[in-house]
Design a protein around this ligand. Sequence first.
Ligand code: UD1
Length: 448
Amino acid sequence: MDSIRICGEVPLYGRLKVQGSKNAALPILAATVLIPGVSILHNCPRIEDVHLMCKLLVSVGCCVKWEGNTLIVDASEITEAGGQRPLEKGAGQPGREACRMPAEYVEKMRSSVIFMGAMLGRTGEISLKYPGGCVIGKRPIDLHLMAMEQLGVETAQTEEGVTARVKRLRGGHIRFPIRSVGATENSILAAACAEGTTILEHTALEPEIHALCEFLRSAGAEITGEETGRIRIDGREKLHGCEYSIPTDRIVTGTYLLACMAAGGEILLEGACRKEQQALLGVLERMGAEAEARPEGILCHRNRLLLSPGEVVTEVYPGYPTDLQSPMLAVMAIARGSSGMTETIFENRFRVAEELNRMGAGICVEGRRAYVPGSAALHGEVVRARELRGGAALVVAGLAAQGETIVSGRQFIDRGYEDIVRDLRALGADISYEWEEDNSKGDGQSSV
Ligand code: UD1
């Protein structure tokens, strides 16, 4: 299994163009299924989760081609997964076997569930194993299914998975009890080509929802209100091919801002959007760091000692993102004074604390809150990534640690970071990939 080797205490300097957003690209790739034509996606990150999504697209008959970071998807014809049977609207007839998505990809990636809305919109049927269990929490799909049912879909669940069928999707009125990113995306996808109008209330406000709506609008969909939490979708009979540029990844941006906090120095992250980083930048200011919005991105520097930010609570957007909770733990560990981190989105997202503690962080987890004593002198260690953002947190900790840190489980980091070593090296970090014997099998399955 590949590892990442970091020699810490080297400050970061320079500028870097941040990759395209994973969480925007994945639902947009699912959306291409709705379009009987060619979609051209620029700035698409070449990461493992996107490659898995491409495999799912190919499995239902799409042609997928990369040109640099541009991904071209031709979904002119959709066929039964792995087979020749063409599928078109109205395929969702009772009594016949629904189009089954290949389990080997579905199980590996939670986001495969957003294929449901798109496949129902295009063909009226889908059969899907439950997306794999995940080390960060239970990740149920009840809200996705509730929303599909409100749009006229019949769902049948077994222990292994779910089959969904509909003759013709029809608009509906859905109010979500909690704001769910994935369930909002799935509902938008299903409603885009439904008959009539759909109103979605209490929807997720994450920027990736806006990106999905922008993409669908450029393909001819009628969608308004996504930035208000109340979305109106007037279903269209058919969408058309389009060209779209995936926005910058705000979580990768945040990870690199935190990397600069851990290592010190001054970096300019090109393409970074200040508005999307509001919550993180607020915390960094409390820690004594400085960040400045420039026309080309965000300039950030940390030359002094970091102070504790006090309490940080993960929340839905625009609150502090759960995906930046783990890398922040690494930075809290070296700040002067104690801090607290409360995780409100996923119930099991502190597993990285164990590994950070092996580096000297001294974190104490009680239920949904982690207490970080601060002022730690982190030291290099051999540690293991078990999931995507926890893995990134170990790299961030390695940048602050004295001596050499080896992070195994690189494959988890590759799911969301195009090339974390390339990027941090470009900023001057002493970091490289290493090959080691495959003696530690990962136990995580799905990324977020
Ligand atoms: C997405 C992001 C992930 C991020 C998360 C929260 C992608 C690919 N992933 O994940 O990086 O950490 O948003 O910002 O975009 N829930 C239910 N029932 C459901 C669906 C969700 O109870 O049917 C719960 C979840 O268990 C969780 C909460 O709702 O506690 C939020 O989850 P959700 O917003 O759906 O996250 P994802 O879309 O899975």
